[in-house]
Design a protein around this ligand. Structure first.
Ligand code: SF4
Ligand code: SF4
Length: 93
């Protein structure tokens, strides 16, 4: 299974990930419909991508039209700054 990795130091707060996810959900660019939210850290004022747990537990099925079948979530392929990536999770069974 692929696992989403957040590289918080690379996030620039552009919110493309939120817009892409919400558009795919309901045809609206509404961050409240997205599985990812960009928070501001209180002390540093830096951007912090935060996922709903369900996004981390299983593949949501939302993919970029050019990457169908890749298993890469739309939020990841939409991020231009490398703040989101996916890695194959090792199975230890
Ligand atoms: S994993 Fe899927 S549902 Fe979650 S934020 Fe990314 S595109 Fe949206
Ligand atoms: S995770 Fe990527 S797409 Fe989302 S706000 Fe940060 S830089 Fe932008």
């Amino acid at each position: 299974m692929k696992k989403i990795i957040v590289h918080r130091e690379k996030c620039r707060g552009c919110r493309r990930c939120e817009m892409a996810c919400s558009w795919k959900s309901g045809g609206l660019t509404n961050p409240r419909l997205a599985g990812i939210s960009i928070w501001k850290t209180e002390n540093e004022g830096k951007d912090l991508p935060v996922f709903n747990q369900i996004c981390l537990d299983q593949f949501c099925g939302k993919e970029h039209p050019d990457k169908l079948g890749s298993g890469i979530p739309l939020c990841v392929s939409t991020c231009l700054f490398g703040a989101l990536t996916v890695e194959e999770e090792e199975c230890h069974e």
